[in-house]
Design a protein around this ligand. Structure first.
Ligand SMILES: [Zn+2]
Length: 262
C-alpha cells in the first residue's frame, strides 16, 4: 500500500514527467531486489559472503584471457549465476516498460547486469555495467549471446572481427565500454528529468548523469526504499519498494494521459 504522503509525491512526480520534454531513468540494484537478486554489498550480499573480486580483475583477465574464461565457465554454478538465471522481472521493471509505451520515458540507463530490463521488454536501454548473458568483443564492442559462441577453444574469438571476447559485465579495473558511455552522455545531455529507481546514485559515471541533468535545470525523482546521498537534490521522493511505487506512478501517468486526450 502507498501511504498518503507518498501518494502526494507520486502525484507531483507524475505531473513532472508529463511536463518533461525528455525523461530518462537511471536504475540500480534496488529495482531487482523484488526479483530475488541479492545486492553485492551489505549484509547477506554476495561479495560479503564470497569475497569481493580483486580491484584489478580486468588486468588479471588481460594477462591471461584463457585462464579468465576457464574461471568464468567454472563460476556458472555459483550462487550469483544461479540467482540471476532464476530471477524474473518484477512490477518495477514492468512499470518502466509501461512508461516507455506511454511515450513518457525515452531511455533507461541501468547499472544492473541481470538482463531483467530486456526480459521485461524495455527497448531504449543502456546497460552501463554490461549484461551477464552477453559477451563483448574488446576490439569492435560487438555483443553476442554467449550461447551462440563456440567455447571449445578458449579464449573465444569475435565472430565479426576475430578480436578477443570477454564477458560483457564490466570488471573492476575495466573502463566502461566507450559506445555505451557516449550513448548515455548523449541521453543525459538532452534529458530534462531523471527518474532514479532503486539506486543511491553514488557510483560514477552513472551518478554524474543525474547530477548533470540537475545542473541543466532538470527534475530529479527518487524512487528508493531509503534516503541516499542524492536525496537532498531530488524534487520528489517515492519512498518504498520500487515494485510498489513505480506501478502507482504508472497508474497516475496513464490517468493524466487519458485526461489530456479526452
Ligand atoms: Zn569484434
Amino acid at each position: 500500500m502507498i501511504d498518503p504522503m507518498t501518494q502526494q509525491q507520486v502525484e507531483g512526480a507524475a505531473r513532472a514527467i508529463i511536463a518533461a520534454r525528455y525523461a530518462i531513468a537511471l536504475t540500480g540494484a534496488g529495482l531487482s531486489v523484488d526479483s530475488g537478486i541479492p545486492p553485492f554489498r551489505g549484509p547477506g550480499g554476495l561479495w560479503t559472503r564470497h569475497g569481493e573480486p580483486p580491484m584489478n580483475a580486468f588486468q588479471i583477465f588481460m594477462a591471461d584471457p584463457k585462464a579468465g574464461w576457464e574461471e568464468r565457465l567454472r563460476r556458472r554454478g555459483d550462487d550469483l549465476y544461479r540467482g540471476l538465471r532464476a530471477a524474473e522481472p518484477n512490477a518495477g521493471h514492468r512499470a518502466l516498460v509501461a512508461m516507455e509505451q506511454l511515450g513518457v520515458l525515452r531511455f533507461v540507463i541501468t547499472q544492473n547486469i541481470d538482463n531483467l530490463h530486456r526480459r521485461a521488454g524495455q527497448r531504449a536501454l543502456a546497460e552501463i555495467h554490461g549484461n551477464y548473458q552477453l559477451v563483448r568483443c574488446l576490439s569492435c564492442n560487438g555483443r553476442f549471446e554467449e550461447a551462440n559462441i563456440d567455447l571449445n577453444s578458449l579464449p573465444p574469438d569475435c565472430p565479426e572481427c576475430g578480436g578477443l571476447l570477454k564477458g560483457d559485465t564490466v570488471s573492476f579495473g575495466e573502463p566502461i565500454p566507450a559506445d555505451v558511455l557516449s550513448r548515455c552522455a548523449e541521453e543525459a545531455e538532452q534529458a530534462d528529468l531523471v527518474l532514479l529507481a532503486g539506486t543511491s546514485a553514488t557510483v560514477y559515471p552513472a551518478a554524474g548523469f543525474a547530477l548533470q541533468v540537475k545542473r541543466q535545470g532538470g527534475v530529479l525523482i527518487e524512487a528508493n526504499l531509503y534516503r541516499s546521498e542524492i536525496s537532498d537534490q531530488c524534487d520528489f521522493a517515492l519512498r518504498g519498494s520500487t515494485a510498489q511505487t513505480l506501478p502507482a506512478l504508472v497508474e497516475r501517468l496513464a490517468e493524466l494521459r487519458r485526461a489530456a486526450l479526452s
